[in-house]
Structure formats: structure tokens, C-alpha cells
Design a protein around this ligand. Structure first.
Ligand SMILES: Cc1ncc(COP(=O)(O)O)c(C=O)c1O
Length: 428
């Protein structure tokens, strides 16, 4: 598989290099040179396969002969060891539940596949430092995916006080090779620090720097697989009228969905649903890219005003000659998020703020005859405090959270200051 840097098309790398490097020169994102496409008969046959076999075929179409098919299949099997069920909410709307992995969020798919790929590519004698910023769930998924792995140190930056207490417990209580830092700033500040570190060639070399954000191509490719898994669970008549609504922050999940469509998955339309951090919806409605200051919302993992995967979305539309006008979009404020969560509870479906935003846009924009899926990106219990307050009911804690809830936090605290972060990284 060859990939090019979106900021400098002359920089071309293999899949292995892209996984190890994360970002290219000038912090450019890597993008596949070839966009494989399956025949519709292949797609039909693939939709009959089990999740792991189908996912291996999808990933192999992108990765090519860099990894032998049977070895890739083994890695996929180890990474995707939990289901992604479709749960019916109304007659014409269902939720693709992506929160049945060890950290109860969709990030488990990407995080675990990336860990598998890195360990395959790096072998055993290279020291790697994973540095990543999280607005909530990436941190937990990455921490758990790499926890205890030899020769890998993980450093996770997150905005202090801006992620849910249980989210924090899930990854800041592990210790060992997992180091967590609460940054005095917002998620964009954390992301900026990570970018600065990747710009620092000397540092990169000294500590074997790698990112595990959704910018890493291995994470993105892994996420394509669950869109196929969703369609595989739908009856034939619903497959051709499918609209998928994606709760979006950094736009990795939406990019993966669009890559699934580019492979030939029948999806009529995608909807990019955001909270009040609505840079993309405003851009799609008036053509002006004008990020505002990030505001804190109930759906904190989507509090991103400069979504770093957006250049990939634009590149894909350009390459496929699709029209950005065909992308559905919309932004939902906290008040509407609350009332939508209550509406969903009334329908017998307990949801959390991120998924509720995607549902809201779907139910507002779905046309007669269409079938809608929205992505359930996190387990409601990960947002226990707000869900309980909004729905006025108690949520039981799943075991994955219950076992960490009373453990002490092991995080360091730091200003959003690169010199300080650099010192920390070199002394690890
Ligand atoms: C629960 C949840 N939903 C949605 C998103 C947004 O996904 P993306 O950043 O790929 O747009 C995130 C991102 O962290 C998340 O944690």
C-alpha cells in the first residue's frame, strides 16, 4: 500500500511507514494512493461473511501484499474480539452500537488494530513512544490496547476537567507503561502540543515518537470495517436506502464511513452531525472555513473546532468526484441534546449525548422510504453523571468501569507548554 502526504504529494510512504510515522512532513496527513473498489457481487458475498473474515478482506484490499493475508487475519481476529450489533430504535432507525469493546467506545476498534499493526511492524527490539491527545475516549482505547506491551511507552494528554470523571478513571489508573497528563487547556491545546512534538525531529528520533490519534491510517482503516458489519445486519430491502448519521468531532469516523462507501458499500447518504463546535456544518452551508473558539458541551468528545481529519474528507470527495453538497450536516446544541436523550429514553433506548446528536440529525433529515443508522460511539455509562441527571434514572455500571471507579488517578498535571512536555518525554 502506498500513501501520500496531503501537504506534499511527493512524500510517499508504505503502510508500515505511515503507521510508524503517523504524520508526514509539515504535519501532513497520509492518504491512500490507490482507492480500491469491490464489484457489487463481491460486496454481496462479503456481506454474507463473518465480521473477522470480512474485515480481513477489506483491510487486505487497502494494505495489499505488505502483510500476508493469513497474518493480517490473525491480527484482525485478535483486535476485533467483540461484536458491533445493530439495535433497532424505531421502525426506520437503528443504532450501530460500537461500545461493546474493553473501553466501551468505538475507539477500541481502531486502537486495538493499531496496536496489532505496530507490534507486527516494529518487531521486538525497537523502543516506541506513543504520544496522543484525547478528548475522552481515544485515551482509554489506546491505553488499554497497548497496556503491558513490551518496548512501548504511551503518553496521553487530555484537557483537565473537560472529560467525564469515569472516562478519566478508565485510562488514568493503569500505570505501568501508560503515562497520562492532564493539560491546563482545551482539546485543541492538547492536539497542538502533539503536533509540536511531531515537528521536533530530534525528539522524534530520540524517543521513537508515534501518534495513535485518528490521524494514524491504521485506526482509520480499522473503522471502515464496522460500517460493513452494520450493513451486513440489515435486511436486503433496507440496504439500498441507507442513510448513516455520524457524531463528529475530529471527523475520523466519518472519513472511515466515506472510505467504506468508496469501496462500494451501498450508502445513500452520510450526515455529519456535530455539537455547537460546528465549523464543518457552517462550512458546508456557506463555504467559509471559520473555526470559532472551542466551546465546552455535553458531548465533550466532540468539542473540536479544528477537525484534523477534514482534509482527508475533502481529498476523498475530490478523488471520487463526489459533491460535498451531497453530504448531510447539522449541529445540535446542549438543550436539544438533552431533549433528544429523553425522546430516545421514551422510545425505550438509553443513549448518551454523542449518539443522541447523530440520532437527532437523522430523525430530522430522514426522507420517506429511507432507512437510518446512527453510530452509538460510547456506552451511556461512560457519561453516567450527565445521563443520570438528564434522564432522572440510575444507570448500572458495566464491569469495565466498575472495577476502575475507585482506583486513584495517576495523572501528572501540566500547563499547555511544549518545553515542559519535551522535558517530560525525554526523561521517561
Ligand atoms: C463518544 C464519541 N463520539 C464521537 C466522537 C467523534 O469522532 P471523530 O473524532 O472521529 O469525529 C468521539 C471522538 O472522540 C467520541 O469519543
Amino acid at each position: 500500500m502506498k500513501l501520500y502526504n496531503l501537504k506534499d504529494h511527493n512524500e510517499q510512504v508504505s503502510f508500515a511507514q505511515a503507521v510508524k510515522q503517523g504524520l508526514g512532513k509539515q504535519q501532513g496527513l497520509f492518504f491512500p494512493l490507490e482507492l480500491p473498489e469491490f464489484e457489487s457481487t463481491d460486496i454481496d458475498a462479503m456481506l454474507e461473511m463473518d465480521f473477522v473474515s470480512r474485515s480481513s478482506k477489506i483491510l487486505s484490499a487497502y494494505i495489499g501484499d505488505e502483510i500476508a493475508a493469513h497474518q493480517l487475519a490473525e491480527r484482525v481476529k485478535a483486535a476485533f474480539a467483540f461484536p458491533a450489533p445493530v439495535a433497532e430504535v424505531t421502525e426506520d432507525i437503528a443504532c450501530l452500537e460500537l461500545f461493546h469493546g474493553p473501553t466501551l467506545a468505538f475507539k477500541d476498534f481502531g486502537g486495538r488494530f493499531m496496536a496489532q499493526m505496530l507490534s507486527y511492524i516494529s518487531g521486538t527490539d525497537e523502543q516506541i513512544t506513543i504520544l496522543t491527545a484525547t478528548s475522552g475516549d481515544t485515551g482509554a482505547a489506546v491505553a488499554h490496547a497497548f497496556y503491558g506491551m513490551e518496548n512501548v511507552r504511551v503518553v496521553i494528554l487530555y484537557p483537565q476537567g473537560k472529560i467525564s470523571p469515569l472516562q478519566e478513571k478508565l485510562f488514568c489508573t493503569l500505570g505501568g507503561n501508560i503515562h497520562t497528563i492532564a493539560i491546563d487547556g482545551d482539546f485543541d491545546a492538547c492536539q497542538a502540543l502533539v503536533k509540536q512534538a511531531f515537528d521536533d525531529e530530534a525528539l522524534k528520533k530520540a524517543i521513537g515518537l508515534n501518534s495513535a490519534n485518528s490521524i494514524n491510517i491504521s485506526r482509520l482503516l480499522a473503522q471502515i470495517c464496522y460500517y460493513f458489519e452494520a450493513v451486513a445486519q440489515l435486511p436486503q430491502e433496507k440496504r439500498n436506502q441507507l442513510v448513516i448519521s455520524v457524531p463528529s468531532g475530529n471527523f475520523g469516523d466519518l472519513t472511515a464511513g466515506l472510505l467504506a462507501k468508496s469501496l462500494g458499500l451501498p450508502v445513500k447518504r452520510f450526515i455529519a452531525a456535530t455539537n455547537r463546535n460546528d465549523t464543518v456544518p457552517r462550512f458546508l452551508s456557506n463555504g467559509a472555513w471559520q473555526p470559532n473558539a472551542t466551546v465546552a458541551t455535553l458531548s465533550n468528545a466532540m468539542d473540536v473546532s479544528q477537525p484534523n481529519n477534514w482534509p482527508r474528507v475533502e481529498e476523498l470527495f475530490r478523488r471520487k468526484t463526489w459533491r460535498l453538497n451531497d453530504l448531510g450536516f447539522g449541529a445540535v446544541d446542549d438543550e436539544t441534546t438533552r431533549s433528544t436523550m429523553r425522546e430516545l429514553a421514551g422510545l425505550g433506548y438509553i443513549s448518551e449525548p454523542h449518539a443522541a446528536i447523530a440520532y437527532r440529525m437523522l430523525r430530522d433529515q430522514l426522507q420517506p422510504g429511507e432507512y437510518g443508522l446512527f453510530l452509538g460511539t460510547a456506552h451511556p455509562a461512560k457519561f453516567k453523571e450527565s445521563v443520570e441527571e438528564i434522564l432522572q434514572q440510575t444507570l448500572p455500571l458495566p464491569v469495565e468501569l466498575a472495577e476502575r471507579a475507585d482506583l486513584p488517578l495517576l495523572s501528572h498535571k501540566m500547563k499547555a507548554d511544549f518545553a515542559e512536555l519535551r522535558g517530560f518525554l525525554t526523561q521517561l
